[in-house]
Design a protein around this ligand. Structure first.
Ligand SMILES: [Zn+2]
Length: 446
């Protein structure tokens, strides 16, 4: 073992080839080699013996609303990346909306990068935004390093980020295909939403009825049709409706370039258990019934769904009024994604290899981050150290994101993140960030 400054040793290292005892040698912030557990350590290398704790690749969360600058009272790069580090996430990708400005031009991207750079405790990438009016900005944003482009097919919730109609979707997709980019889509159909009974009041059933599965199913079909027709690489964000799965599975089987993510809340929370007035559970599309959740797990198991990412979308507590019509939609969960998903995954017979694939490897591949997402030679030395059998009870006040609201409050979860490492440097230990911010801004291909 030559030229390593750090060696992390565990009886359970999660690698692309499976979980096994290993010693991971780190040099210059990259993984130099994954060696046998008892490999001889070079003189001068620091050895970190993790015992039975599991060494996972640092998670890559490609769906985070940081809201900074402009709505930084909702969330900011300092608080979001503290929460990420504490939760085992080493790379997050910021969504282009809810900040002011939205990430829809190169100068807007630069404004966001300036705010993120000094505050980032984990690596941060950026999605650009595709609006009806900015087709000419897409290629410059791509060349400036954004990882892809987000669009909505229905109202986004903020007026500075309007949705695309079907014609505009095609125009954006054609432009993005021309430079080999990626289009990621909030897929709910505005016609179905407008035709559904409007929601007001505290009843969760009313909210659920206002965002029917058909709105997602039809929008997903439109995305698949666009990807198939134009050859654009397209990705379906936060899939909730299992009714859309057959169309996606069929498209993948015939080689349409489409990928899909779902979120911890769709995999671990059910409509049946949401108390009336509990708008910390409000998100769009909504958390649906238990049978729907079972189908999402089956789709993960068979590979129809690729990624599990947070869609962390917080706001100030005053916007979470106990009325599902008026409350801001969004679930705050950045720090809890790994234990939330692991808690349910283990009950359903899945392993940490599966969790690492869904929450690190696949999101890194989606975003084109070649050096992230797996423990193998040549990748960044980004790790999460997990005690998978230990439990804890979620106390919102102990979390690091800005406003102490989360749908997971009071839940007991399996999996305690012992420490998090970014490019060979410990950035969090026992749920607390350590050291000065050392995150970098990452571009496509990083
Ligand atoms: Zn989102």
């Amino acid at each position: 073992m030559a030229g390593a400054e750090l060696v992390l040793r565990s009886t359970r290292v999660v690698t692309p080839g499976g979980t096994r005892p290993a010693a991971v040698a780190v040099s210059d912030g990259r993984i130099a080699a994954v060696l046998p557990y008892d490999a001889r350590v070079p003189s001068g290398a620091v050895v970190e013996d993790l015992g039975e704790d599991v060494l996972l690749p640092g998670l890559v969360d490609t769906h985070v609303h940081v809201n900074d600058p402009g709505r930084s009272e909702w969330e900011g790069f300092g608080t979001a990346t503290r929460a990420a580090a504490a939760g085992g996430i080493t790379t997050l990708v910021d969504m282009p909306l809810n900040s002011l400005p939205p990430t829809t031009t190169v100068p807007h991207l630069r404004a966001k990068q300036e705010v993120a750079r000094p505050a980032a405790r984990v690596d941060v990438g950026f999605w650009g935004g595709a609006l009806p009016t900015n087709v000419a900005d897409l290629r410059p944003l791509h060349e400036a390093g954004v990882l892809g482009f987000k669009c909505f097919l229905s109202p986004s919730g903020v007026e500075e980020f309007p949705p695309l109609d079907r014609g505009e979707l095609g125009a954006a997709a054609a432009e993005i295909a021309a430079f080999g980019g990626l289009l990621i889509v909030h897929a709910e159909d505005p016609g179905h939403l407008a035709a559904a009974p409007p929601c007001d009041g505290p009843a969760y059933a009313g909210f659920l009825a206002s965002r029917p599965p058909a709105a997602e199913n039809d929008a997903v079909a439109a995305v698949v049709e666009t990807a198939a027709r134009l050859g654009t690489r397209m990705h379906i964000l936060h899939l909730s409706s299992a009714g859309a799965l057959p169309v996606i599975a069929a498209a993948k089987a015939r080689g349409v370039p489409v990928t899909v993510e779902t979120c911890p809340h769709f995999l671990t929370l059910t409509a049946e258990e949401v108390p009336d007035g509990a708008t910390e559970f409000k998100c769009c599309p909504p958390i649906r019934e238990a049978a729907n959740q079972d189908a999402l797990w089956a789709a993960l198991a068979e590979g129809t769904i690729d990624c599990v990412v947070s869609d962390h979308s917080p706001c100030t507590t005053d916007l979470k009024v106990p009325d599902f019509g008026r409350a801001w939609g969004g679930i705050a969960s950045l720090q809890l994604g790994l234990p939330a998903v692991w808690t349910e995954a283990r009950c359903r017979g899945h392993t940490l290899d599966d969790v690492a694939r869904w929450m690190a490897t696949a999101p890194a591949a989606l975003a084109g981050l070649r050096h992230k997402g797996a423990i193998e030679a040549g990748r960044d030395a980004d790790f999460a150290v997990l005690a998978p059998d230990e439990t804890f009870t979620v106390d919102p006040a102990a979390l690091h994101h800005r406003n102490p609201v989360t749908a997971y409050a009071g839940r007991t979860l399996h999996g305690v993140v012992r420490s998090t490492w970014l490019r060979g440097r410990r950035i969090a230990t026992h749920g607390e960030p350590v050291g000065t911010p050392s995150g970098r801004l990452v571009e496509r291909g990083a």
